[in-house]
Design a protein around this ligand. Structure first.
Ligand code: BDR
Ligand code: CA
Length: 307
């Protein structure tokens, strides 16, 4: 059983990733959820994480509030620039549970240190601010983590500018720190997640069973349904991270060097991937390059069908 911390900014796709992890209690122990600003404010992402836990009947999993802004500059939320109403479909009732009082980055440090070396994996589903703060305050945690598995970046075109993906664009300075840290990194970028388009077929698969979770997922995916109906389906990103932990064999990938563009300008937030290994820089990440979409949605649909 793998012990994981989910660092997240829910986000509809973050919500589905959390549900996927919770449905696999046999394989994954969710130690806690750390909320970060990104899609929306950190207050709202923490509240949304608690709503998802309530839906899954897992309010025993603690939620910690993290960074309210990126390391440098102002927060850019998905509402403004992602072109999506990221709050759409959040009809879940508010949870009666509050976030814990400890700051997320401190709890990450404490938890990693309290576990045996190589035990804890961080699943990063939002901007990497909390993780960068934890690494800055206590760099030794890098050597104690099993891995950081993240949804981040793009090498074939971005969703925020021509080259940058949202999570890296929101806090490229944090991403630069995380990519520089001596820890195993597995990256599900837009290169892979852009293939996970939600068409009528996927909507049907994800909501086929008539249980409580499926009914709420229908609401959460309302926006995706509208896009699919308009002939412009959108992809689900974040569940790829959990899917990789559960079934790495459905993904292809390679070890590469990744550097982050932090200079203001056209390439702000770019993940510069040395695909041809011409820089001589050592590989610092396992970059996923492809996935079996059918198997990915099979995994997700089965998890949601469990109710
Ligand atoms: C990422 O941006 C967020 O809006 C999604 O939740 C995902 O983590 C995709 O670029
Ligand atoms: Ca996210």
């Amino acid at each position: 059983r793998q012990s994981i911390i989910i660092d997240t900014d829910p986000g509809q796709d973050d919500a589905l990733a959390i549900l996927l992890a919770l449905a696999h209690g046999d394989a994954l122990e969710v130690l806690g959820i750390t909320a970060v600003c990104g899609n929306i404010s950190v207050k709202s992402t923490a509240a949304n994480a608690l709503k998802v836990l309530a839906l899954a009947g897992r309010e025993d999993v603690p939620v910690f509030m993290g960074a309210a802004a990126p390391l440098v500059g102002e927060l850019v939320t998905a509402d403004v620039l992602h072109g999506e109403a990221i709050t759409a479909g959040w009809d879940l009732p508010p949870s009666a549970v509050e976030p814990r009082s400890e700051f997320a980055a401190d709890w990450i440090i404490e938890t990693v240190l309290a576990n045996p070396p190589g035990k804890v994996t961080i699943c990063a589903l939002g901007p990497l601010t909390n993780i960068a703060l934890a690494l800055a305050k206590h760099p030794e945690i890098a050597g104690r983590l099993k891995a950081i598995v993240m949804m981040a970046g793009a090498s074939q075109g971005g969703n925020m500018n021509a080259v940058a993906e949202f999570n890296v664009f929101v806090d490229p300075h944090a991403a630069a720190r995380v990519f520089a840290a001596p820890v195993r990194k597995v990256v599900a970028s837009l290169d892979v997640t852009k293939t996970f388009l939600v068409t009528a077929r996927e909507l049907e698969r994800l909501t086929a069973t008539n249980n409580r979770i499926n009914a709420e997922v229908k609401g959460l995916l309302r926006l995706y349904e509208a896009y699919a109906r308009a002939g412009a389906p959108r992809p689900l990103h974040d569940p790829a991270v959990i899917a990789w932990l559960l079934a790495p064999e459905i993904f292809a990938g390679r070890d590469v060097n990744v550097e982050i563009g932090t200079a203001p300008g056209l390439a702000y937030g770019q993940t510069i991937v040395d695909v041809n290994a011409v820089t001589g820089r050592p590989a610092n990440a396992h970059w996923l390059t492809g996935a079996d979409k059918n198997a990915f949605y099979g995994l997700l649909a089965a998890a949601l069908a469990r109710g």
